[in-house]
Design a binder for this molecule. Structure first.
Ligand code: ADP
Length: 360
């Protein structure tokens, strides 16, 4: 058994998010064979521990198929692509905006649960509530009434510290200003205020910062998406035509400013009566999210049902992915979060490819 033998066994293993083999991805950094002991060193784009575990299992299985008595150790290292030029955000690997064309479609609910689901997968996660018109993350995280701890650093700059709950660092405009105060400020002024605020927050090292944008496609959304270096955007909609018209505007806005649309999440897709679990009622119509995703050639990342527990979880400050009584809702949403991760990894893998081409 030589390292070349091992490489030929694991070269063809496919990274399922990227649909490419470890060989094609250049992910096999080194292989050491020491008697019956094998050490494989992988370089992988954005390995959450779930992704690392999946590749570990695939490699070990492939090696054991030919060498059943080998002992195998797999070391997964993260290959970096982070080149954030924004000094205040340089410690953040991925910035994912959650957006919607209009209010009330469940954007904040999705943003909160996406952040918690990513944290459950072992990622370091922050949530930035930029919904200046109606910051709801303090309530959704059970942090209503909290303020943000702030201090002056040695250079006299104000530094704010996010509040931590459910494994997510949360910063919200709701921790700094009252709802009615935000309503007095207007578009560009508010965006200016907000970007200053973003620069003052001490996030530390994060794998993901989920960015709950204000609904709509006006000046403030445009300014924020231009000023903050986003990895991509997830667009939330409900299935009916009136929401889809707004979602089209939202996708077009991101395309205009060259922000990758990672996909569409359809919320309030259907209702399952608790006493008739075999029935599905499409209250707001059917297929709208899939149609708009196809129209813009972006993935439909998933569908979330209408459920009273989702609403009550939001009001009571318990994101539904943590609801002990509804693991079904949590599991379905964790699959959606994994689809978001897949799109982020694809984005980063193609950014890394483009970078290699440029430096050649
Ligand atoms: P947005 O951020 O788009 O304005 P929110 O996330 O604040 O929307 O949701 C609006 C209201 O709808 C909240 O009361 C929330 O709890 C509720 N809601 C959101 N998604 C669902 C759902 N899938 N099922 C039931 N209620 C939901």
């Amino acid at each position: 058994m030589t390292s070349a033998d091992i490489i030929s066994l694991i070269n063809p293993i496919i990274d399922p998010d990227l649909d490419r083999s470890l060989g094609a991805l250049g992910a096999i950094h080194n292989v050491e064979v020491d008697g019956a002991h094998v050490r494989v060193y992988l370089d992988v784009v954005q390995p959450l521990h779930t992704i690392a575990r999946r590749l570990d299992l695939a490699c070990t299985t492939a090696i054991h198929a030919s060498y059943p008595s080998a002992t195998v150790e797999i070391f997964v290292r993260e290959s970096g692509i982070s080149e954030r030029t924004h000094p205040a955000l340089s410690t953040i690997k991925n910035l994912v905006a959650v957006a919607s064309g209009k209010g009330g479609v469940g954007k904040s609910t999705i943003a909160a649960n996406l952040a918690v689901a990513l944290a459950q997968q072992g990622a370091a996660v922050g949530l930035l509530d930029a919904d200046v018109y109606g910051p709801s993350q303090p309530t959704m995280f059970g942090l209503a009434g909290e303020t943000m701890r702030a201090e002056k650093d040695d250079a006299g700059r104000i530094r704010g510290y996010p509040n931590e709950h459910y494994g997510v660092a949360v910063a919200s405009i709701g921790f700094v200003m009252q709802r009615d105060q935000a309503a007095i400020l207007r578009g560009p002024m508010l965006a200016g205020y907000f970007t200053t605020l973003v620069e003052q927050i001490m996030w530390g090292e994060l794998d993901y910062l989920v960015f709950d944008l204000p609904p709509g496609t006006g000046d403030i959304q445009l300014t924020l998406t231009q000023k903050i270096p986003l990895t991509g955007a997830v667009v939330v909609t409900t299935p009916q035509e009136i929401a889809l018209a707004d979602v089209r505007r939202s996708i077009q806005m991101f395309r205009k400013v060259n922000v990758d649309v990672l996909g569409v999440i359809e919320n309030m897709s259907y209702f399952v009566p608790p006493d008739m679990p075999d029935r599905r009622y499409h209250i707001f119509g059917e297929g709208g999210g899939a149609a708009v995703a196809a129209e813009y050639d972006v993935p439909l990342l998933g569908q979330v049902p209408i459920d009273a527990r989702i609403r009550s979880g939001g009001d009571e400050g318990l994101p539904f992915v943590l609801d002990p009584e509804r693991p079904d809702l949590g599991d379905a949403f964790r699959a959606i979060a994994s689809n978001v991760v897949r799109q982020v990894r694809r984005h980063n893998a193609s950014a890394a490819d483009a970078h290699v081409q440029i430096s050649l």
